[in-house]
Design a protein around this ligand. Structure first.
Ligand code: COA
Length: 212
């Protein structure tokens, strides 16, 4: 799964040498999700619940209480940048948060772009997905796919050209989710080595082209 360590990186260099010929479109099953699940941006009073969810889903070496606090602080700080949209999937009618994902907006220089400035910015933009998490009780019901679709919609709104994400080599469920949505491996060229983030245990990022 995506390590929590990815949450604080900045894209360190220019997006250069990209192969823009291979266009791939998101393919989503409109029949999903099967249960009644509402997708929307998180509100501040829900951040602790999202931290709980991510703590459960991703685990980690810290004690649970520290982990939840660190995740809570990370989410709060990230949202405060104005460049990170945190989406939640809320099960109805219980109103329990059963999934979440973050979508961070960058320009082609690797700098954060505020969503509020996205429309006036003429720069090329990409969205980076992180912390995709669905509660065990709601897996395989289309929640992950719906969260992805929400990010794709956001990318379309802010005219981002691509969506990038990392997924670990052995995370079959996540790889299958992303592949079925049209994500493909980057073709790594020397000019794109920065996309490996110097973390050899991870595969190269997947990307989804949103337009030609
Ligand atoms: C990966 C994850 C987000 C998928 O969420 P989900 O809501 O269960 O996914 P969906 O129900 O939307 O599944 C969509 C597609 O993904 C694939 N998929 C999902 N779970 C799968 C599994 N356990 N095994 C194989 N394929 C799987 C399937 O192709 C599925 O389509 P199908 O149901 O028509 O076969 C969820 O398993 C999870 O939270 N895992 C732990 C955290 C994690 O690894 N996050 C990703 C970090 S990169």
């Amino acid at each position: 799964m995506c390590s929590m360590g990815f949450q604080h990186f900045l894209l360190p260099s220019k997006l250069v040498g990209r192969d823009r010929t291979a266009v791939c479109r998101a393919v989503f099953d409109p029949a999903k999700p099967k249960g009644e699940v509402l997708l929307r941006r998180v509100v501040p009073q829900e951040v602790m619940e999202v931290a709980d969810l991510r703590s459960r889903v991703f685990g980690g070496p810290d004690s649970e209480i520290n982990r939840r606090r660190n995740i809570y602080n990370a989410i709060t700080n990230r949202i405060a940048t104005g460049s990170v949209a945190c989406f939640v999937a809320v099960s109805r009618p219980s109103n329990v948060i059963v999934g979440s994902v973050d979508a961070t907006l960058y320009n082609d220089k690797g700098n954060l772009v505020k969503y509020s400035n996205a429309f006036i910015s003429k720069e090329r933009k990409v969205i980076y997905i992180s912390s995709m998490a669905v509660d065990l009780s709601h897996r395989k019901q289309g929640v992950g796919q719906s969260l992805l679709r929400t990010v794709v919609n956001l990318a379309t709104e802010v005219v981002a050209e691509e969506i990038l994400l990392h997924v670990e080599r052995d995370n079959v469920a996540a790889q299958s989710l992303y592949t079925s949505a049209g994500f493909e491996n980057l073709i790594i060229t020397p000019s794109m080595e920065w996309l490996n983030f110097g973390i050899p245990e991870h595969e190269e990022p997947r990307r989804l082209h949103l337009n030609g």
